[in-house]
Design a protein around this ligand. Structure first.
Ligand SMILES: NC(=O)c1ccc[n+]([C@@H]2O[C@H](COP(=O)([O-])OP(=O)(O)OC[C@H]3O[C@@H](n4cnc5c(N)ncnc54)[C@H](OP(=O)(O)O)[C@@H]3O)[C@@H](O)[C@H]2O)c1
Length: 324
């Protein structure tokens, strides 16, 4: 089978498409015949050798885990001895390390059945970005509240806008002019053009601010939070992440506003099921910017690295797959 690997940190030019044996699932794993995968920031950070990832994974000088890709959608090819949830032929989506490949193994609990009315590509666009958005929002918002989403047009942001709307909130999306129509089409009630407007200058206050991307000082965000408002960051510029991690807990000690970094996205089966229901109901429709074949994964990563993806970039592993 064909698989994308990288053996040194650096640019997308360093990745290779190699031919190896099909993997064998362990007792608790499922072997997925991959139909589609999608690119996430983590793939980019791993390829580039971001220092946080090198330290966290103990891979200081070169990657030990050489595969790339997490999001997956496809058909179950084989199951391990202890797997009870799936059988060969099932259409699934979720997380499989090394999903930029023709086959990948996934933990049984990191997959769910794909809704019949959702394409493999749309399902593959979803897992990490939608889980991130769901986990940032789900225990922090109530119907009728005002939510501001910075970085609303990216992978995480486009899911965040739709998930926040599915909770019955009033959403303000921060994006550039080229993405205004997309933000409106996925349900944003109000728009702020970050290239021309200061999000602190319109007199609005928010119950929740979710920083999926971009940068504003944590003090700016605090200023436009309501008296019991919550600010949570998932990413964006390093300064935004560091402020949320280090300054947020300190600021939260003064008054009733809570400011924090959301932590690492958890691969929770129950959250994947919620996302699957949102997809099946049409409340969440993945925004897909571009498609690349497996052999052009390098170009897909290069494009992601330019930081202006609208929604998600898909890797189509088997373009001729049947959807039945
Ligand atoms: N905590 C976690 O576990 C976790 C999980 C997943 C992702 N993340 C982090 O979340 C962040 C977002 O990920 P993603 O996949 O959504 O990234 P992405 O898809 O690459 O985001 C691209 C989008 O960001 C927008 N953007 C760029 N600069 C902006 C700015 N200054 N203000 C507002 N929007 C801006 C771009 O819009 P324009 O083209 O209009 O500029 C584009 O639509 C990353 O930093 C990632 O590392 C964290």
């Amino acid at each position: 089978m064909k698989k994308i690997v990288y053996t040194q940190y650096g640019s997308p030019d360093a990745i290779e498409l190699i031919e190896i044996e099909k993997p064998v699932p362990s007792d608790n794993q499922v072997l997925v015949k991959v139909y589609a995968a999608s690119v996430n920031a983590l793939d980019w950070h791993r390829l580039r050798g971001a220092m946080g990832i090198r330290l966290m994974n103990g891979e200081l000088f070169k990657p030990k885990e050489t595969s790339l890709g997490l999001d997956v959608a496809g058909r179950v090819e084989a199951v391990g001895n202890n797997v009870t949830k799936f059988q060969p032929g099932d259409k699934v989506f979720g997380i499989a390390q090394g999903s930029f490949a023709e086959y990948a193994c996934a933990d049984e609990h990191e997959l769910v059945l794909k809704p019949a009315n959702v394409s493999f590509e749309a399902a593959a666009a979803t897992p990490v970005a939608a889980l991130t958005a769901l986990q940032a929002l789900k225990d922090r918002i109530q119907p009728g509240q005002k939510v501001l989403i910075n970085g609303a047009s990216g992978g995480v942001g486009t899911f965040a806008v739709q998930i926040a709307k599915s909770f019955g909130t009033i959403v303000t999306a921060v994006c550039s002019p080229r993405n205004m129509d997309t933000a409106r089409s996925i349900g944003a009630d109000h728009l702020i053009d970050y290239t021309r407007e200061d999000l602190t200058a319109n007199g609005q206050q928010y119950d929740l601010i979710f920083a999926a991307n971009g940068y504003n000082s944590i003090f700016d965000y605090r200023r436009v939070l309501g008296s019991t408002g919550i600010y949570v960051a998932a990413g964006g510029e390093l300064a935004q992440i560091l402020q949320a991690l280090l300054v947020g807990p300190m600021l939260s000690k003064f008054g009733r506003k809570q400011l924090s970094f959301m932590g690492i996205t958890q691969i929770e089966e129950k959250d994947l099921s919620v996302i699957s229901e949102l997809l099946a109901s049409g409340k969440v429709v993945p925004v897909i910017d571009r498609w690349y074949p497996l052999g052009a994964t390098s170009e897909a990563l290069q494009s992601f690295g330019e930081e202006h993806t609208k929604g998600k970039i898909i890797i189509t592993v088997r373009p001729d797959h049947d959807n039945s």
